[in-house]
Design a protein. Sequence first.
Length: 459
Amino acid sequence: MKKSLLAVAAIGAFASAAQAQSSVTVYGILDVGYVGSTSRIANNAANSGSGANQVNNVVNQNTNAISDSAESTSRLGFRGTEDLGGGLSAFFTVETAITPNAQNAISSAASTANRQSFAGLKKNGIGSFAIGTQYTTIHNAAAATDPGQLNNLMGNVIYDKGVGVTYTTARNISAASATAGTNAITQAAGSQQFNGQQNNTSYTVRQNNMLSFASDSFAGIQANAFYVANNSNTNQTATANAGFTGGAVINNGWGLGANYTWKKLFATANFQNFTNKGTYTAAGAGAASAYSLGGPQQNGFGGTSVAGVNSIDNQGYFAATYDFGILKAYAQYVTRTTTDANNSNNSISRSAQQIGVRSFITPTIESWASTGTGKLQSRAATAYTGSGTTTYVVGETQSYQTTASFGGFQLGSNYYLSKRTNLYAIYGQQRTNNAVWANAAAATSYNSNNYALGVRHTF
């Protein structure tokens, strides 16, 4: 009888312990409010008119709406942990974007709906690893060192965004094949591809197929690393006239980062690389065999989990913060170069630097300010035929180069009604000078601003 009672007590204690060791949390953000923007594009050759008519051609665009996600992207998530004993624990996160003003409240966008989905293990005293769709080392570092806390309005040259502004295809250098095309640098009418700030093209935010590692902190130093792999290899037998395709499709990536904390100083250094290589193709019998020409794209890895096309994408981020007590100071630098995997003369480079401050003016009022500058440069390998048609040759050394200098600033403030609910007001402005993106076109300038008033609730 005593043994039976002991057994029942042991089972009950084990069940209670198991419940205490496992936990699941539902969390999220709802951010809604009024958002407006004004943009002015001058001398854009993609606008109406040609030749002399392009000069002084100005397009103005004004938008305003009851919108959402100005300060923080609205989201819904689930996270959990389980204590496995001996300092070992398991964890998971599933997080999706929410679109309060869309027909589907749970976002169905292929590129951003899955914000995070991963599972992993953590060992106390060593660190943790996770597998799935995750943020990159640079994004995690930027989240810890950005004065605007990575809000979604203009004016931040490190995390270039613009709620309420319609962006077309991001800047890219593209062509139909390795030997023929129409123009090495492409831009849709009225777009802002080459303004230097276009919906987070400064670094990759998240990536699928990732294995990540985050160490515990040792003597103030904490290290991060990740590896991305999504590859395939296809072989196809060639027929007489149908052409052929085959070979390896490579989508790989890796990243390294280190954080250092000493008293009120925090510093971080990070580098990451993403490589995409496509298949080998030929049009048919007698056709030249070549890889498809690469398209260095800075939207491909920017803010989404979509890979570029035949591109090698190198990104770096360095930042530091210092807490003076009455305010916190920020300094940031980001650099990115995306190169054609088959022709290094095709490339796009972007770099930017920014400083800022953030402070609680009163126990319930928090404000921040930031300002920064940067440069965008694109290079396209071209060869001009006698008829004036632009052609593309793998290994071509001649190049056409475009450069744009840009800058911006942002001001913002939060009024906390409670720990979880705040009102906010944000204003950002950005500019671009001397952006010459088309051969023989007039220099293009961009001037835009973005503002929002809203309420944000976290749960």
